[in-house]
Design a binder for this molecule. Structure first.
Ligand SMILES: [Zn+2]
Length: 179
């Protein structure tokens, strides 16, 4: 590893320890030329395998770019996008695999995006899950509504579509606790 101070081509490892519960290794290095010390962090590359079979390193910026597109015109700021991308990375890393198919990255985006902004979620889901009809949207919106009824996030004024059929199960809030 090259010295960041004097750019000497070589450096010596003087200490090495695991961090982040073993996910990273930190090495303390010393430069034989200038004597200064610096730290490097080693971390396994998380690879994303595309449908074509090509793999590339997981890229948080790509997640942000994809989600940002879905969030156009929505009250979502840059910090929230960054946080979401971090959440996605954490979720994938927590699965403990070194390679994930790209569609699982999409899956890992859906849940935190639903918490963040439901309209952006619908947009993203419609592309990611390749919605082909109004019914696909209705089904998704019905699910969002049911989440609201279960006491999740409060209903959004933006979602005005009515579900296509009357709900079968129970009369609403007083339904017996089944599960
Ligand atoms: Zn040096």
């Amino acid at each position: 590893m090259r010295c960041p101070f004097c750019h000497n081509a070589d450096s010596r490892v003087i200490d090495s320890r695991e961090a982040d519960e073993g996910a990273t290794t930190r090495r303390r290095r010393s430069c034989p030329a200038c004597g200064r010390r610096f730290t490097t962090v080693e971390e396994a590359v998380l690879a994303v395998v595309k449908r074509s079979g090509v793999s590339e390193p997981f890229n948080r910026a790509k997640v942000v770019a994809g989600v940002r597109r879905a969030c156009q015109g929505r009250p979502v700021d840059e910090d929230q996008l960054q946080q979401l991308a971090q959440q996605v990375e954490d979720t994938i890393r927590a699965s403990g695999v070194a390679e994930v198919p790209s569609n699982e990255v999409g899956l890992a985006i859906l849940q935190p995006l639903r918490e963040l902004d439901e309209v952006a979620y619908l947009r993203f889901a419609s592309v990611y899950r390749a919605f082909t009809s109004v019914e696909d949207f209705e089904k998704e919106i019905t699910e969002l509504r049911e989440r609201h009824h279960r006491g999740g996030t409060p209903p959004l004024p933006g979602l005005q579509l009515e579900p296509p059929v009357p709900r079968r199960r129970g009369g609403g809030r007083s339904a017996p606790a089944g599960t």
